[in-house]
Structures are given as C-alpha cells and as structure tokens.
Design a protein around this ligand. Structure first.
Ligand code: GLY
Ligand code: MN
Ligand code: MN
Length: 446
C-alpha cells in the first residue's frame, strides 16, 4: 500500500489484538513481537510485488514493508508499531509512507516509532517480562534480531533486569484465532469469492477450440484486476486435455482442442484474503458422454462433502463422504474393480483421486490452523472457512477404458461453516452440466 489509507477501520484489528492479549494473559502474559514480510529481490534491482505477512496483517491491517508490532500484555497493556519513517525523498520515488505519527493514529496503536529504533527499544520492552511470544524458525534474519534483543536484556542483568524465561510460539496462538473468521473477514471473503466466480464465468464464455490456455488466463486476470484485486491468491491453473491430470500445472501454454475439457483453478486475493475456485468444462461447450459421466460423479461427490460440512463434524468427514461417492462411481463405471469396502480399504481409488477434499481458506489459500487436535480430527465450527474440492484424474493405462483417458476434473467451492451446515460463497460460478452448457451456448450464439 503506497497511498494514504483514509477509510481504514481499525476496529476489527484492535479487537484481534485484545483477544490475543486475553490468550497471552491466560498463558502467563509477556510480550509479543512480530515482523511483517521482507521485500524480496526478483532480479537485479527489480522486486517481487510486495505482499505483507498474513499474521502481521491480521493484527495490524498495516501493509507497508519494514514494520514490526510489539504487544505488551499484563496490567498495563501497550500496543506499539514500528514502521518506516516519513521520507520525502523516498516517497517521491516509491510512494506514500504513513510514518509513525499517522500510523499510530490511523491503525489505532498506543505508540509508534520508526523501525530504526527497534533494536534500541526492544531490550527495555522485554525486560522483566515473563514470556516472549514470537515466531522463530521462519526467517533467519528475524531469529537473529530477536535473540540479539534477548541477549541485550541478559547483558543488563547487573542492573537487576531479567529477560523473559521462555519463548512461546506466537504463530500457533494466532493460528487458532485465524481459524474462525470474524464478520469483517467473512465480508471480504464473500467479495473475493464473488469476483472470482465472475472471473470463471468470463473465462467460460471466452473458451473455444483453437484458443490458448494463456488467453483464458488473461481473461481471469482481467476480471480480477478490474474488480480491484491486486493479484491472484495463487498461480492460476488453466489446464486443457491431459494437462488437467497434472495437479499443479501452471504452464498454461497449450492450444485447446475440440473435444477436450478445460480445468481452471483460479481465485483472486482481495484486501489480503484468498478465494479458490475450480471449474471443469468442455472446450467446445458440450460434454461428451464419458466426460459427463465422470463430471456428474465428481459433482455428486462434492454434494456429499457439502452435506457433511456442518458444525461438530470432524474435519475428515467431508473427505470421507466424497471418497465413498467417488469410489462407488468409479466401480460402477468400470475404472475400479472389487467391492466398495475393498477399494476404500486398499486405497485403489487414490489412483484417480490422490488429493484431499479441502483445506482451510483465509488470508493464505492453504490457510493457517491445525487439522488435528490431540490426535483427533478437529471438529468444524461456525465461522470456519474451507474449500470443498473433490476431483478425478484419469491417465491413459491399459486397464482403463480409453473413453476416459486424459479426463481431469475438479470442482472446487469455498464454504463458510454456518449454524445449520455450510454456505458456498462461490456458488455464482456455474457447475451443473445444464448451467455450464447454457452459459457457453449463450456466449457463442448470444
Ligand atoms: N488452488 C490451490 C488449491 O486448490 O488447493
Ligand atoms: Mn483449494
Ligand atoms: Mn484451487
């Protein structure tokens, strides 16, 4: 962000910092320190597009690089931001910087200092605190800075100051908080989902035999950017024909052929939140018999998983529901042999369905949060957001009917767990055979 943020509402971020204080207090108090992501060089003097650290953003809403948040829990809690200083010369070249004064005001901190003051101020902040909360082991430079500050307090022992007696994993604490989205997060995720769904519609309308996968990727990027998204939440997959059986295909360089399916896995990032949608549809607008048979099967598997997504259900239940439907369908179509119990037991279905049915979704496309707690699958709870994305990928093989070769299908929606079950926030992207064929027919014939 290199413009002033005039409409920023600090309330949700302050509420998160308050909740973190409660959690820290319950565990013994102390000080939390967290840095945002560094800028990274792409080549020579060109940088990758800057993306803040998700944890840091979650607590601050602050998107400039070179920033650190320090949260002092206890009887006199204090929220401190360190950020780049105002610098007229640099701002001419790189754009607006809030500077500590404006940042403190706009982002709702008690104090703000320039980032250059961090080393000097940190030892005093850490002194006589019982615990230090931070994320260690993710970034060497950060680890060195934090340990340097700890050692600086140890050096003051003769003045009667004591360093924190142990270091706690701040990220683990924030992971738990991030799992359940608050109202402002859900509002942003809904908007991101709508933009991505509209992008998928645009991509479907633009698809035709003879066009290149990258032309369709360009349609997606156009729709994202035009709606205010700065970039996709992950590299877009636009995979026609056999490419759809490569799970992380991102080359997007083939010419699409009549009779193939096109699998698109693409979602925008909006205000720091991801969306993640996959649709699979015929390049020529009409499903063939075998394509349709497998497509309906994956759709039924998705419906089963959706039905199993509700508060209290263990994380694995939607996956198990999808696998049971897929395995039975693959037996019925002659792609698998044996009994349902047999293929579920021996895992033969994994030849055609080798990934999980979903993941947490939030600021990161594969969002933070453990899937097991105390060795058991975590129960779903209202406000969690996850994807539901079963698929089926058939590579050519002697024991597989040729009609199914090179068909790769995935159908992916983003689900918010609600009191009564779940809500798909990406439903605007068509996915029944009838709806897809109708949209593509209209695109061709008006
Ligand atoms: N697009 C990444 C995923 O579906 O997990
Ligand atoms: Mn996904
Ligand atoms: Mn995806």
């Amino acid at each position: 962000m290199n413009t002033p943020n005039a409409t920023f509402d600090p309330a949700p971020f302050r509420a998160r910092r308050a909740r973190l204080f409660e959690r820290m207090q319950a565990a013994g108090g102390g000080v939390a320190i967290l840095a945002t992501a560094p800028e990274r060089v792409r080549n020579r003097d060109t940088h990758y597009p800057y993306r803040h650290d998700s944890y840091f953003y979650y607590l601050t809403g602050f998107r400039e690089p070179e920033a650190v948040v320090v949260l002092v829990a206890g009887a006199a809690p204090k929220q401190i931001l360190f950020c780049r200083e105002k610098n007229e010369e640099r701002e001419i070249w790189d754009g607006y910087r809030h500077g500590p004064e404006a940042a403190r005001e706009i982002f709702g901190f008690d104090e703000a200092w320039t980032i250059g003051d961090l080393e000097k101020r940190l030892p005093d902040t850490l002194a006589d605190q019982p615990l230090l909360w931070t994320g260690l082991g993710y970034d060497n430079d950060w680890d060195v800075r934090v340990l340097g500050a700890l050692n600086a307090v140890r050096d003051k022992a003769r003045s009667g100051l004591t360093p924190p007696h142990s270091v706690r994993d701040l990220r683990a604490e924030l992971d738990e908080m991030r799992l359940v989205k608050d109202a402002s997060e859900l509002a942003t995720m809904r908007r991101a989902a709508q933009i991505s769904a509209a992008a998928h519609c645009r991509a479907m309308r633009a698809t035709a035999p003879g066009r290149f996968e990258y032309e369709i990727e360009a349609e997606l990027l156009h729709a994202f950017r035009q709606a205010g998204s700065p970039y996709p939440a992950y590299p877009s997959i636009v995979a026609s024909g056999a490419n759809a059986c490569v799970l992380h295909y991102v080359g997007n360089e083939s010419r699409m052929q009549d009779g193939e399916l096109l699998l698109i896995d693409a979602g925008c990032e909006l205000d720091g939140y991801a969306s993640d949608i996959t649709r699979s549809f015929p390049v020529n607008g009409r499903f063939s018999g075998p394509q349709r048979a497998l497509y309906e099967l994956v759709l039924a598997a998705q419906a089963a998983a959706q039905g199993a997504t509700r508060p209290g259900a263990p994380w694995n239940e939607p996956h198990d529901a999808a696998v049971a439907v897929l395995a039975q369908g693959l037996l019925d179509l002659g792609l698998l042999r044996g009994s349902l119990d047999g293929v579920l037991e021996n895992g033969d279905y994994r030849r055609f369905y080798m990934h999980r049915t979903g993941h947490w979704l939030g600021m990161d496309v594969h969002d933070a949060g453990e899937y097991k707690v105390g060795g058991e699958w975590r129960p779903l709870a209202e406000g969690m957001v996850l994807t539901i994305e079963p698929g089926c990928y058939v590579r050519p093989a002697d024991d597989v009917p040729e009609a199914f070769w090179n068909i790769g299908i995935r159908i992916e929606d983003d689900a918010v767990v609600t009191a009564g079950g779940c809500e798909l926030i990406t439903a605007d992207a068509p996915k029944t055979v009838a709806d897809i064929e109708a949209l593509m027919r209209h695109a061709r014939h008006g």
